[in-house]
Ligand binder design. Structure first.
Ligand code: G4P
Length: 524
């Protein structure tokens, strides 16, 4: 019998991993996929990161720098659940990409290095999750190495993130004596992830728990477990779902400890696909009619085909191959002839996707970040953010004959979210804006490779960019008229004020009290 929509939705868990670089995100991803049967051999994701000719490093710059620039999605099944893992670029210069991806998940796994605890990028990404009320499951990694005491790590999470912690498992030994994970509540143990099912035991003193440790460490371990049970907070579902509490797991992704505990936790606790806030109403995940939004555009994933894929998060209904959908921004119908699911290595054609799933839709520039697709309803999902760029540059072209081609190329890159493009009101050449400097390198490389446009960047006299709006009618027009040389339009024709420095921005904000100067704009 075909699965009902609500059963299919209830099986989905859509999440991302947030981590400071080197904490073990890639290794953990690989193990999740391995245990989920999506890849055959450990090492494939790693190889992807380090070596040539894989889907995610189609670009030379990625290969040279060994960083993963693009965001991708990986689907795997484990037990009764279907997991959609949305990968995010680790490098902070691509932070806006990561933030957009976080709009498409229902939960996040925070990976910490057991010796380093909370690091700067963990903190930043955590703050984004908190803003969006994304529940977080913590995985403390690298327990097989010299690490901090688990209580110290819990304290640090509580203090630095103002987040309650509830340890669910406890490490049996640390460093070279790390011998497994003990479930504090269930009284079960996994000596490694080779134990597919946890083994029931009589308590921490049991031979198959404390007995795994050298004799001199047993007593201390039993005391720790008892203390953890008495002194630590119990898990509370409501508090977790509201983002106030994180369940904590311990393990070693590299040595196969704690990964199965974590997958089960995501299955058991991470929320089912959430209802999505539209501009006119809230859309429930189990509604029959399909709705979805684009959170990411990626071009040229396959260098042999110049293609452009829009990553779409399904919010409700069934997105079916061959169906027609309304692109609400333009009111036009588009045909979803070849939606794709992404497994670790392959793309396969998707017949049907439900809420929580992420599907790739090949297109030639019809779809933009933030677009909503529906079966006819005029509703817009908001909240895919656009961050004010921190670096503004003019693009200098050596061959003036190619100005038109450059304009088109920049427009396409801006639609993909690689850069932001601003057209000054006074008719001067366009300004590109990025959040991190590496994005400029990506732009330069891609203009050269894909459009044969060698370019350089010139410092612009502006350093700050803010969207302007007002509740007072006519105020924005007045402001624009008074600052014509410092106004530009973004891709959607919305006006921005360009300031030379913070002082200038503060001065104008002081003088124009009815104007809002904002650093974040929701798409649409
Ligand atoms: P990232 O994606 O978060 O940047 O981290 P990644 O998985 O690449 O891991 C960073 C380094 O930490 C890698 O070592 C990886 O092997 C190691 N690592 C990950 N998980 C564990 C763990 O549980 N225990 C230990 N001991 N190490 C772990 P590397 O030396 O940078 O790379 P490689 O030479 O091993 O490929």
């Amino acid at each position: 019998m075909a699965e009902t929509l609500s059963d299919a939705v209830a099986r989905r868990r859509t999440f991302a991993i947030i981590a400071h670089p080197d904490a073990g995100k890639t290794t953990l991803t690989e193990k999740l996929l391995l245990f989920g049967g999506a890849i055959q051999l450990a090492g494939e994701v790693k190889a992807k990161k380090d070596r040539i000719q894989t889907r995610s490093d189609w670009m030379k710059i990625e290969r040279e720098r060994g960083i993963s620039v693009v965001t991708s999605v990986m689907t795997f099944e484990y037990g009764d659940h279907v997991f959609n893992l949305l990968d995010t670029p680790g490098h902070e210069d691509f932070a806006d990409d990561t933030y957009r991806t976080l709009t498409a998940v229902d939960a996040a796994v925070m990976v910490l290095d057991a010796a380093r605890g909370i690091e700067p990028r963990t903190l930043k990404l955590f703050e984004v999750c908190r803003l969006r009320d994304i529940p977080i499951i913590t995985f403390v990694n690298k327990l097989d190495r010299e690490s901090r005491n688990p209580f110290e790590i819990l304290d640090e999470i509580e203090e630095k993130l103002a987040l309650d912690t509830a340890p669910i498992t406890w490490p049996i030994g640390l460093g070279k004596n790390f011998s497994g994970t003990y479930h504090l509540k269930h009284n079960t143990v996994r000596r490694s992830d080779a134990d597919v099912e946890p083994i029931a035991v009589n308590g921490p003193e049991a031979d198959n728990v404390a007995g795994l440790l050298p004799e001199y460490q047993r007593e201390a371990f039993i005391e720790e477990v008892n203390l953890a049970r008495e002194a630590c907070r119990p898990f509370d579902m409501e508090s977790f779902r509201e983002g106030h509490l994180t369940p904590v797991y311990f393990g070693s992704a590299l040595r196969n400890f704690g990964v199965r505990d974590l997958i089960e936790a995501i299955g058991d606790w991470a929320p089912v696909p959430r209802a999505q806030e539209g501009d006119s109403r809230k859309v429930e995940a189990t509604e029959e009619k399909m709705t979805s939004f684009v959170f990411k555009i990626q071009a040229n994933m396959d260098p042999n085909h110049r293609d452009r894929i829009a990553f779409v998060r399904v919010c409700s209904g069934r997105l079916q191959r061959g169906m027609k959908a309304k692109l609400v921004r333009t009111g036009k119908q588009i045909s979803l002839t070849a939606p794709q699911f992404f497994f670790a290595r392959n793309r396969i054609t998707a017949d049907e996707a439900v809420a929580g799933d992420v599907v790739g839709i090949p297109n030639h520039g019809t779809l933009r970040i933030g677009d909503t697709l529906t079966e006819g309803e005029d509703i817009l999902f908001r909240g895919v953010p656009n961050f004010a760029p921190e670096i503004l540059r003019r693009v200098r072209l050596s061959d003036a004959m190619k100005a038109k081609k450059l304009r088109e190329a920049l427009q396409q890159m801006a639609e993909e979210g690689v850069v932001q493009l601003f057209s000054p009101e006074d008719g001067s050449p366009a300004i590109v804006g990025v959040v991190g400097a590496l994005q400029l390198d990506v732009l330069k490389e891609r203009l050269k490779m894909e459009y044969t446009l060698p370019v350089d960047f010139e410092i612009s006299r502006f350093s700050i960019c803010r969207w302007i709006s007002s509740d007072t009618k006519g105020e924005v027009d007045k402001f624009i008229a008074a600052h014509r040389g410092d106004i530009a339009r973004d891709l959607d024709d919305d006006p921005v004020y360009l300031a030379q420095h913070q002082f200038g921005l503060n001065y104008e904000a002081e003088r124009w009290k009815d104007i809002r100067f904002t650093a974040v704009k929701d798409y649409q």
